[in-house]
Design a protein around this ligand. Structure first.
Ligand code: SAM
Length: 342
């Protein structure tokens, strides 16, 4: 997978290599490593795939994460595991997996079970989405076609590769579906564990292995500062009681020279969106978001508007704002631990 840092993994101290080999040197642990190369999985998924008890699997995972081969992150009451992304552990894990023959019957069986577990997770997620789909469809009908918004996003972002992408309030993960294919690595953050399972299933269906998810609040993002070169906040600000603070926090996550894209509604009078759909804000003026971007230390670059056809009064206009972090890479102190994380 791309996005790893080969420099830090090229050669490692003897004790690190020994620790990694010891941690991986057991049949179940090798199978777990091979599975985590395909997907971010929780202990329940792994239990279903391997047919082993939860304490045994947890013990194996703990050993491998202690040796830096895999990473663990918490999402509500669940913990998810994936291959380490950076450093010696990431390099060693990838090296070990590359040596395994994919035709090995036990590994092929594990992959089949993984596909079954993913299909069942996708069914559960689809049930959840079906229950909420009516609301989403109603709101979509109020503004310009989704395809037009996505085309405008693609145009603003451009086709150049993105090293690290952050999607704040990822919802069903649609923005990740659109933009993650051009990113080395991507992270989707959402407050809702239910939305994250929908997003996870959608991304798994597409086979995008460079995407991670984090449960977290837009006001206190669970990501390091100075670490993303593209941050997107798509149709989230109008739910928030303090959108300015969300923009400030998003700017904190940007790497020098990185870009923040905000997409939301222009001011409107559809009061029912407050009562029926939990909107707090009835859209935003061009100036309001532009000013918040400036106050967050960013340089606004582009504003675009997509007006719906027909009667403007009962339809929503979608606004897009793009701003850049004006710092250049050398603005970070040499000792900044976040300097090379993106
Ligand atoms: C309308 S959905 C938009 C999802 C996605 N960005 C899209 O456009 O497809 C809004 C999302 O914001 C999330 N959200 C709301 N408040 C949040 C907060 N304080 N922190 C993180 N996510 C939040 C909700 O859970 C929901 O998934």
């Amino acid at each position: 997978m791309s996005g790893r840092n080969p420099k830090s993994g090229a050669s490692a101290p003897l004790s690190t290599v020994l620790g990694a080999l010891r941690a991986a040197g057991e049949p179940t642990r090798l199978r777990l490593l091979a599975l985590l190369a395909h997907a971010e999985l929780n202990v329940t998924d792994l239990q279903e795939i391997l047919g082993q008890s939860q304490p045994r699997i947890s013990r194996h995972l703990k050993l491998m994460s202690g040796a830096g081969l895999i990473e663990r992150h918490r999402e509500g009451s669940w913990a998810f595991f994936r291959l380490a992304q950076d450093g010696h552990g990431a390099h060693l894990a990838r090296g070990i997996i590359d040596k395994l023959s994919p035709e090995e019957p036990v590994l092929a069986r594990d992959r089949e079970r993984l596909a079954e577990v993913r299909a069942s997770n996708a069914d559960k997620a689809a049930d959840y989405f079906r229950d909420h789909a009516k609301d989403w469809a109603k709101i979509r009908a109020l503004h310009v076609e989704e395809e037009a918004v996505e085309a405008a996003i693609r145009e603003l972002v451009g086709s150049r590769p993105v090293r690290a992408l952050l999607d704040i309030g990822t919802g069903t993960g649609r923005i990740l579906e659109v933009l993650a294919p051009q990113a080395d690595r991507a992270v989707g953050v959402d407050l809702s564990v239910d939305m994250l399972s929908v997003a996870r299933a959608n991304i798994a269906k597409l086979g995008l292995t460079n995407v991670q998810f984090r449960q977290g609040d837009t006001y206190s993002l669970p990501v390091p500062q100075n670490s993303f070169d593209l941050v997107v906040i798509h149709q989230v600000l109008h739910f928030l009681d303090d959108p300015q603070r969300a923009i400030r926090e998003a700017a904190r996550a940007l790497a020098p020279g990185g870009r923040l894209l905000v997409v939301d509604f222009a001011p409107h009078e559809l009061e029912f969106l407050r009562e029926a759909h939990a909107h707090r804000r009835l859209g935003f003026t061009i100036d309001a978001v532009t000013q918040w971007m400036k106050l967050a230390g960013l340089k606004p670059e582009v504003h675009d508007e997509l007006k719906p056809p027909g009667n403007i009064r009962d339809k929503l206009t979608v606004s897009l704002w793009l701003a850049r972090d004006p710092r250049v890479v050398t603005d970070l102190p040499a000792s900044d631990p976040n300097r090379s994380v993106a």
